[in-house]
Design a protein around this ligand. Structure first.
Ligand SMILES: C[S@@+](CC[C@H](N)C(=O)[O-])C[C@H]1O[C@@H](n2cnc3c(N)ncnc32)[C@H](O)[C@@H]1O
Length: 426
């Protein structure tokens, strides 16, 4: 249960839309991993711990064909969410203020999608268990649950900094003053450390600088929060089991932290690691600090997409051609700077056609005469974040962004129909 006074009322958390929580993206990821595909023509979404509605507002605004409900325990956050909703006159969105342990009384029906970002790790065990019970009760069979958490062992490094900052600032009770003090410590340490070749200095310095760059509300609710529990993947999955919830895939497969060392897959194969041991080993070796899993109710009988289903997907790309290497293969560059070598000429030709129409997409069946030949390569490029496969085209929602963006711009960002956001400084 929330402490009194509620720390999120005292210092509201600065939220941003989370790209991979858009229902069409959850379905695409689930589909590629053989999981359920809830319908995308009409559906319902519940967000738990929705804060001031920053994530739900653009989702509901652009997707008038679906219904959205947000719940949060901080009344000032829900008040703000309702003000924004009213100014856009959205009838497919409702918010209410409730503690998660009692929210069931105010909810009706089941949901195709349930989202909880920034909740699972940041509450007491009994609240976490209430969250799981509510999700299991209200997730429609074949629906998708998105539940993110801080993960072991990578988050432990952030945990070191958290322990340190908690102790250093223990004498300050006002939450904002304490967070400012903590950020000041992080800044002084970060900038006074000489970043030498030693990996430890680099790692800890990175963490201090990460804290310096963040909003003060992040410092308060990540480093100084009463609860912040990281989980090993195996522990997390054990907690899902009594609720009949099964892991489908990670929604944020292209997330910054967590890079697979080269040759990892081969090494794991050679050492015959399987099951839970495998999950934890991968996280240990990849330095993953956060997980964003998608779950569904069991039993989970995976059905990978067949040729027809895959051909029906859309493809978009903003890759630009670089050079041709000595093997005659072309290299393409992503705006992030990473490059990919494309062996099949037919894929290269399509990428050249897609870049000028970005972010619009083309149907795979219409782009390739023989989809079978390109399917594996396209999946690999998608999983590495080089192209975007889509189930539907959000550019076709047909809702002008301007009224929404005018409200969002007051907080320094705007959201697109694709649920991506652009932040800008004044
Ligand atoms: C870290 S913020 C995350 C907000 C948003 N989901 C995001 O990711 O930006 C956690 C949110 O969960 C809400 N919360 C925490 N404990 C809660 C509880 N027991 N019942 C309802 N809401 C709760 C807080 O009020 C806060 O808005």
């Amino acid at each position: 249960m929330l402490a009194s006074p509620d720390p999120y009322d005292e210092l509201p958390y600065q939220s941003f839309p989370i790209e991979w929580t858009a229902p069409e993206q959850l379905v695409l990821t689930s589909l590629l991993h053989g999981g359920p595909r809830p319908p995308l023509d009409a559906y319902s979404v519940l967000e738990l711990g929705c804060g001031d509605g920053t994530n739900l507002l653009p989702l509901a605004y652009y997707r008038r064909h679906a219904n959205f409900v947000g719940v949060d325990g901080a009344s000032s956050q829900i008040e703000l969410a309702n003000t924004r909703k009213s100014s856009l006159q959205l009838s497919n969105l409702s918010y209410f203020c409730a503690d998660i342990t009692r929210a069931a009384e105010q909810l009706s029906g089941e949901f195709d999608f349930i989202i909880a970002h920034g909740f699972f790790s940041w509450v007491a065990d009994e609240v976490r268990d209430a969250l799981l019970e509510l999700c299991a009760q209200r997730l429609r069979p074949g629906g998708l649950l998105y539940l993110n958490y801080n993960s072991m062992p990578g988050w432990n490094v952030r945990g070191l900094v958290r322990d340190f900052l908690l102790k250093q600032t223990a004498g300050t009770t006002n939450i904002t003053a304490r967070a400012k003090l903590a950020q000041d410590y992080a800044s002084r340490l970060g900038w006074s450390l000489t970043v030498d070749e030693h990996p430890y200095t680099q790692l800890i310095n990175n963490e201090f600088r990460f804290a310096c760059d963040k909003d003060i509300s992040f410092i308060a609710h990540e480093y100084l929060a009463e609860h912040n529990h990281p989980y090993w993947r195996s522990q997390f999955l054990d907690l899902m089991q009594p609720h009949n919830l099964y892991h489908v895939a990670d929604a944020d497969f292209n997330y910054d932290s967590g890079r697979a060392p080269e040759g990892l897959a081969l090494w794991l194969d050679e050492h015959s690691l399987t099951g839970r041991g495998l999950d934890d080993t991968v996280d240990l070796l990849c330095y993953r600090q956060m997980h964003c899993p998608i779950l569904t109710q069991g039993p989970l009988n995976r059905t990978p997409p067949g040729l027809e289903e895959f051909s029906n997907l859309l493809i978009a790309s903003c890759l630009t051609p670089c050079t041709e290497n000595g093997d005659g293969n072309s290299t393409y560059q992503h705006p992030s700077g990473s490059q990919v070598e494309v062996k099949q000429e037919i894929i290269g030709n399509l990428l050249t056609k897609l870049q000028p129409i970005w972010p619009r997409s083309l149907r795979i069946a219409e782009a390739f005469p023989d989809v079978n030949r390109v399917m594996d390569d396209l999946v690999l490029m998608q999983l590495n974040g080089f192209i975007e496969l889509r189930c539907i085209e959000p550019g076709d929602f047909g809702v002008p962004g301007e009224p929404l963006n005018r409200i969002e711009a007051q907080d320094g960002y705007i959201t697109t129909p694709y649920h991506t956001f652009e932040a800008f400084s004044e």
